[in-house]
Design a protein around this ligand. Structure first.
Ligand SMILES: Cc1cc2nc3c(=O)[nH]c(=O)nc-3n(C[C@H](O)[C@H](O)[C@H](O)COP(=O)(O)OP(=O)(O)OC[C@H]3O[C@@H](n4cnc5c(N)ncnc54)[C@H](O)[C@@H]3O)c2cc1C
Length: 455
């Protein structure tokens, strides 16, 4: 029986239950479909596609080593699957289960309707969980035979997908090899100060695992990352490692819970309010230096640590008054690691969900997390002349009139009098948001962004 394995956010060969199942049934045709209708959504971006394209090239090479050509097609899922199944006498399709936004689910419903009409069996298997059955080992490389004679097809470029230019000079690069290098260096060296470094913009870049795009697009499985961490824990490295590794596993478990939680996320049909603050916020031109530095860093790298994501999101939906969907879409496009099942519950939780989060004050955050201003100055060169004492509040600088309104904007909001957001959250979203709040409450860097409340 010829079996088609439909790859989506699982761009690897290792620990791949769908591929393992297929390999046991007969010759395999692994296919990735670049779907224009999904890549034209307002939460998709060229930086995400470029990461995926690099991961596909890496996967293609790894599969070639096993004699298994990776097939890549540009087109809508139903048409591509229909054509491949007819041309190559496919009897069954196997893929992983996904949590996603309504657009993904609508696509899945169309594929289900087609499969039913065509008499095609489509089996969806769960992605391996990071935590759960401790005896369940990551799956080894499958010994698969290929369906012969399939034209492999090229990896489409961003132009073919009509993605807008999205310069991201410090973006993380895709491919499993890079993911494994990050995992090794995190567990061997970088991760020791993980707990204390999360909130610091300078330290987090190195002390966080930086595995998120690899987990989001599946070049590594959560289970293999958790298992490698368990092996490191068994070595009892001691000192700060003990807390760091336990905390890291807790985050992997939180990811699992969100991926298995209620599917949610907005329809993404709403392009937002067009509020005047949107562009300033998105470009890092709000006049609040630490916030702007974080936003510009995100634009250039595609990544921010958890506490800083929480700050930029809650300032947007709180004091700046942006719609959560608008702000969430803007952030989603900037994140190379965009994962709807994680992203949207976070956005909802930070925009007035259970517990009604109040935005942290970026001035206070700047003074606390970047006291000498190294990070802020790096991303805001126009503040070079501002003395350290005024860097996070340049409007208090006696010579501010030389700067504000010319080379750097006046602050967009007066933070001291910013209102608390109050939005009604639909009941079906509450459970997902609550998971996020549980995690936030337990974060070691309690201090800054999320738990801070102004009197
Ligand atoms: C507003 C907002 C939006 C977010 N959007 C995304 C997103 O689109 N994609 C994404 O992967 N993460 C998202 N996160 C969660 C978190 O910020 C990132 O996973 C993390 O910063 C990625 O860096 P890292 O890989 O170095 O994480 P580490 O701290 O090293 O954690 C390891 C892994 O655990 C998972 N993880 C970490 N924190 C969380 C969390 N709070 N909830 C669920 N899983 C977590 C991630 O897969 C991460 O790669 C968001 C957080 C906020 C506040």
């Amino acid at each position: 029986m010829n079996v088609l394995v439909w790859l989506k956010r699982d761009l690897r060969l290792h620990d791949h239950p769908a591929l393992t199942l297929a390999a046991g049934l007969g010759p395999v045709l692994p296919v990735y479909i670049a779907e224009p209708s999904l890549w034209s959504r307002p939460d998709a971006s060229a930086r995400q596609w470029e990461f995926v394209a690099e991961s596909l090239a890496d996967l293609r090479e790894a599969m070639a080593g096993l004699g298994l050509p990776l097939v890549i097609r540009l087109g809508e899922a139903v048409e591509v699957l229909d054509r491949l199944c007819r041309q190559h006498r496919i009897a069954r399709i196997i893929s992983h289960q996904e949590t996603g936004i309504p657009a993904d689910r609508a696509r899945d419903r169309r594929v289900e309707a087609w499969a039913q009409g065509a008499g095609m069996e489509w089996t969806k298997v769960p992605q391996p969980a990071a935590e759960g059955d401790p005896a369940a080992q990551p799956l080894p490389l499958p010994a698969a035979r290929a369906v012969p004679g399939v034209e492999p097809g090229a990896v489409p470029g961003t132009r073919a997908l009509k993605l807008a230019p999205d310069p991201c000079p410090h973006r993380q690069l895709g491919g499993r090899t890079r993911g494994l290098d990050l995992l090794d260096s995190f567990l061997a060296r970088r991760g020791e100060p993980y707990r204390s470094a999360l909130a610091s913009p300078l330290a987090a870049e190195r002390a966080c695992s930086r595995l998120s795009p690899h987990l989001a697009w599946g070049t590594l499985s959560g289970r293999e990352v958790a298992q490698a961490t368990a092996i490191r824990q068994a070595e009892r490295p001691g000192g700060r490692w003990t807390g760091a590794l336990a905390e890291f596993r807790r985050h992997l478990a939180a990811r699992d819970r969100l991926l298995r939680g209620p599917e949610d996320g907005p329809g993404l049909s709403d392009h937002g309010t067009g509020a005047a603050g949107l562009q300033a916020w998105a470009e890092g031109e709000t006049g609040l230096p630490f916030l702007d530095a974080c936003l510009r860093y995100l634009r250039a790298t595609g990544w921010l640590s958890f506490p800083l994501r929480a700050m930029v999101a809650s300032v947007a939906t709180g004091p700046l008054g942006l719609e959560s969907e608008t702000a969430g879409q803007e952030l989603a496009r900037r994140f190379t690691d965009y994962a709807p099942a994680i992203h949207w519950p976070q956005i909802l939780a930070l925009s007035g969900g259970p517990g009604g989060q109040r935005a942290p004050n970026p001035v206070r955050q700047g003074l606390r997390q970047d006291p000498t201003g190294g990070f802020t100055r790096r991303w805001l060169p126009e503040l070079a002349a501002v003395p350290e004492a005024f860097l996070h509040e340049p409007w208090k600088w006696p010579e501010a009139r030389r700067l504000l309104g010319h080379r750097y904007p006046e602050p967009l909001v007066d933070f001291a009098s910013a209102p608390r957001p109050a939005r009604k959250v639909p009941a079906r979203r509450v459970e997902a948001a609550q998971l996020v709040l549980d995690l936030q409450a337990a974060l070691p860097c309690r201090a800054p962004p999320i738990s801070e409340r102004k009197s």
